[in-house]
Design a protein around this ligand. Sequence first.
Ligand code: GLN
Length: 310
Amino acid sequence: MSKASIESAMDKAYTNNKDVKEGKNADYIKELAAVDPNIFGIALVTTDGQVYTKGDISSRVSIQSISKVFTLARIIEELGPKAIMDKIGVDATGLRFNSIVAVEEHKGKEINPLVNPGAIAAVSLISGTDSATKWRHIREIHDEFAGERLEVNMPVYISEAGDNLRNQAIAHLLLAYGRMYFDPVQSTDVYTKQCALNVNAKDLAVMAATLANGGKNPVTKKVVVSPSTTASTLAVMATAGLYDDSGQWLYIVGCPGKSGVGGGLIAVCPGKFGIAAIAPPLDDAGNSVKAQKAIADVVNALRANPYMIQ
Ligand code: GLN
């Protein structure tokens, strides 16, 4: 992969997709409906730390569900891979990201950590005996993956915190099934705050590149998590990173991805690079329309699908 081939792939992906008009901003979190739908930025960071960007990389959006990946990685690092299987589950639910049916169906078992029920349970499992400590640990892992201090988007946090009855219901239902490991109200609150961390496309690409690099941030050179934690995290991303469209994504792109309703999307091409795009309008499954197209174009142009042996 030469510098010129990466630059050309990014240019084409940007130009070919910048006028795509499909999709709609998330509006169940009121503040997200007000975000500029024209924000469109792509960033790629190689495992040797080269950074490529195209389009708008100064605008920040809330990370939303992409945060679930980094909290999961921290728990696997703290408790080992088996704890997630025993206390949360790693199979895809095949249902929407905020499905209550998914919890009810298996009495709180098999709730994947990359959709809301499993992600709130994951926050409840993070080390710390109070919510302030849990939040500090969650923030720390995000900062280490990004290689910089991320800030909370307060309007998004306040907007969602005042309106997250569904997530609170999920947390209480999990508690009833013995699958919530800390106070459900406080766990939901910390979860909501982690979803409100603000990121631009470059921050997300560095986070993805850290996973592509076996857990070592290729920009700061800090070992954030181990290679084995990284492998376990990527497996869950492959099966559930784009909710009920995860199979379709893996089929087309081959690199584990994770989306968020803020419009961000990351994909990890192990050993090669991490890539991210931000574009707020979403499809019916809750994944950014433009970001999916742009990342698929770059990965395919660079023949970076890990299942494709050259
Ligand atoms: N904070 C959002 C929620 O809980 C995250 C969802 C998402 O990005 N899919 O609904």
